[in-house]
Write a protein that binds this ligand. Sequence first.
Ligand code: DMJ
Length: 650
Amino acid sequence: MLPFYSKKNDDNGASDDMEHGGSSDTSRRRRRPFYVSIYRIIVGYSKALIKKIQRKKVNSIYVFVGLLIFVSLTIVISSNTSGANYETNPHPRINEVQKEYYNKFTNTNPTAPLPNKDTPLPKDDLITEKKGTDNDEDIINNEDDDLPPIIINEDADDDDDDDEGNNDVKNDVIDKNTDTEKKFASKKIFADNEAQERQAAVKAAMKFAWDGYVKYAWGSDELKPSSKRPHNWLNMGASITDSLDTLWIMGFKDEFYRARDWVRDHFNPTPDTSLSFFETTIRSLGGLLSAYALSEDQAFLDKAVPLANGLMKAIDESSGIPYAFVNPKTGARNNQGWTGGRSILAEVGTVQLEFAYLSHVTGDPSYRKKTFRIMDIVYEKNKGKGVLPAFIDTRSGVATSGACTLGALADSYYEYLMKLWVFLGGKLGGSKEAAKFREMYDEFMDDAMKNYVFESTPSGLVYITDRTNGRYSHRFEHLTCFTGGMLALGAAYQNTSDSPNHDSQRQFNAGKGVTKTCHEIYARMATKLSPEAVQFANGNDFSPSVSYNILRPEAVESFFILWRLTHDPIYREYGWNVFQAFESVSKTEAGYSGIKDVAEGEPRIDDNQPSWFLAETLKYLYLLFSPDDVVPLDQYVFSTEAHPLPIIGK
Ligand code: DMJ
């Protein structure tokens, strides 16, 4: 394996220090947790008790006090230690999944020889986009040869006449006669019939998955498609809020309005229970807001506002950093024990698009101000460290521990820095605020490109890995496949006045490289489905290290973005291959299910249809086979849960 970036660098000490628990003054100033003090008292007491026992001087008062302290200590430790209100986490699934990431991805115990700083530098041709590639016909290059290829969709209306008589396409969009809906009336015909057929197949898959959910799990979070039962973990009807915009975009009008009725009549935005700030924001609030943006139906905003007001209580007033869980009614909030009572980078940094859009449509700036402040604090408190450790001290905003990664627990923090810049109009010149997000993103991506991007042997597959205490794990998660689209979009949209000194060409190529790797990971498995994570090793490319597949969207998300940016047909082929694997392996009687091991000849299903399959995976596949003006990238930005929100900047 070879480091992807051609420049040798010696300036990564900051990150390493940080990984050791913080080189900064802030970490030294941190107060000793109170349970450590209690622990010390107990040890002292136990020593005294043992002496008494040895001298046969123990009496019943001593034993009673001892028992009392033991029981109290057990309760204190098991109920978490973040300094907020501690509640038992009512969402075991989130705990399970996140804990699993934590254990699997922070444990560095590589089984194969790993590359290091002395490993030879990469070949130039892998990191330099050359003119004369197959893509040249499909893309319009910037005048400056050093900039990445950018698709200019000037002729979006030119084909108007061509689609006369193309009934299938017209039937495919909602035909209610409002301006908003007209935006989704496709004006361009497909480049070929094949794309149209594939789009129809994806649409049929959505119908099948949705119908199963409606029949067996209506109103619950998710469908168990094999046992045909509901599954709840957020208790917010997650599949409904997550699917609204997909239904709209695909033209499922009746289904969309039935879901709207459920939201209006049954969705409780302020339940008296503990909610995940992040999951509820991206699946419920994001889904409602996107549905509002597309349909302009007030019912969605009427629920989004009280939901957001309750969720905002997760933000600690003094530090400005949110806790992981909040009760929207009482305001009680807490972090989880397995994070050491800390907040998670991806969770604090992946809510801003949703809240900023809410400010835009309500005219109330507080949602935007408070959530943008989170980004400012995290950036300021960790300036110069490069790619950050994934755990954040809720009281200070300092990134304290965990792997430095663009993957699990951190991923969408970086995605949102770039997308906030797009959302605020950065691509077109934007505001100072937009430029600030772009600067943050560029700084992190510079470090990522120098220190986290590698290339495998023998196949030269580009991948991005994580680093803990200076050691690379060389694991690559399916979750990290989103970086393909993020890097490519960030590079293609780069605006020289906002980020003059960053190597967009290299980032664009890295994005393409990662996207190709993600397809390869699907293609090399017996089931043609990607495992959750692979381990790269010298001379052997990769092998699965976490074998399940849970219908995640990140690979098809990157195929979609790269398709829109390059129009290279390879991305449609990639997407079609993955879709066919879902059809042949993951489809059950009533919906689509994750599988337990992608390497098994006869894969066992896990009996869960995650709401992101409807929100993201099928939506991105559908858009991959759609004309460019179906949710055009120059007008919409996709949230991390693939909910399109209109770009509000000029
Ligand atoms: C989704 O909920 C979102 O895409 C999130 O950002 C990451 N994980 C899942 C999909 O894998």
